[in-house]
Design a protein around this ligand. Structure first.
Ligand code: F6R
Length: 247
């Protein structure tokens, strides 16, 4: 595992964008596993900038995203498809038919998950999987639990997540109660993992994930068993690891 310390969020975004750019340049037909959330936004912005300068070409790139809310269409501005379009895909020369996100409109959960596993297999697996990390160590929507869920599955969102999301919707009925997410096996099957983190709220999760026991209680701790993980994290998120003298 390689850990790059960034001074701040901007530095983390640039370093992570450099690593992803290298992947695209070295393998133009690459398959990238992508994430949503606030952490990758700066990295996506940087990739767009380099694309605009003519330094990056996405024309042969394929992407598979980690997760999507069940019940939301790609046109809903709270969907992860919408997030990816507006934060990255709309601004680069990627062929959108090769950008995959779980189908939030598929009501049959089993079918949605099986279809997504098939897509991941049909594109030949993931070359580089980008991950953010939750304050509790979650990756994708793989929340702390009793077992590592293997492949794409449907998760029930916690009461607190549903409540937190409610402000983005006109009525409670519209708030998604479930999501589809890649499982730990999908993530661990990626050839390379790029984990990014910023802010003190991630310090505990990062310490437990990278140096604590490997347990489904801290889903990201499984990454210790992956042979090619690069972590790019800012000083705030590395603070506990520094305090323990581990870095
Ligand atoms: C996003 C995802 C989540 C986030 C995580 C961190 O697709 O799967 O696991 O990576 O919740 O989110 P932020 O970056 O908003 O702190």
């Amino acid at each position: 595992m390689i850990i790059y310390a960034g001074k701040d969020y901007y530095d983390v975004s640039r370093k992570a964008a450099n690593i992803m750019s290298a992947q695209i340049i070295m393998k133009p037909r690459t398959v990238l596993g992508l994430a949503t959330g606030s952490t990758p936004v700066g990295m996506y912005r940087q990739l767009i900038e380099w694309y605009e300068k003519g330094d990056l070409d996405f024309s042969q790139v394929t992407t598979v995203n980690l997760d999507e809310y069940k019940g939301l269409s790609g046109n809903n501005n709270q969907s992860y498809r919408y997030f990816m379009n507006t934060n990255l895909f709309d601004h680069i020369n990627i062929d959108k038919s090769r950008t995959y996100v779980p189908n939030g409109l598929e009501e049959d959960s089993r079918k949605a998950c099986e279809d997504y596993n098939k897509i991941i297999r049909s594109v030949g697996g993931i070359d580089m999987q980008l991950l953010g990390i939750g304050g509790n160590g979650h990756i994708g929507f793989n929340e702390p639990g009793e077992a590592f869920e293997k492949e794409t599955h449907c998760v029930d969102l916690t009461e607190s997540t549903i409540k937190a999301n409610a402000r983005f919707f006109a009525s409670m009925d519209e708030v998604p109660k479930q999501a589809y997410t890649m499982g730990i096996k999908n993530i661990m099957s990626a050839k390379k993992i790029l984990l990014i983190a910023a802010g003190s709220a991630k310090a505990d999760a990062l310490y437990k994930s990278l140096y604590g026991p490997i347990t489904p209680n801290v889903p990201a701790s499984i990454l210790q068993l992956h042979q090619d993980v690069t972590v790019v994290a800012d000083e705030e998120s590395l603070s506990l690891i520094r305090e323990k003298g581990l870095l």
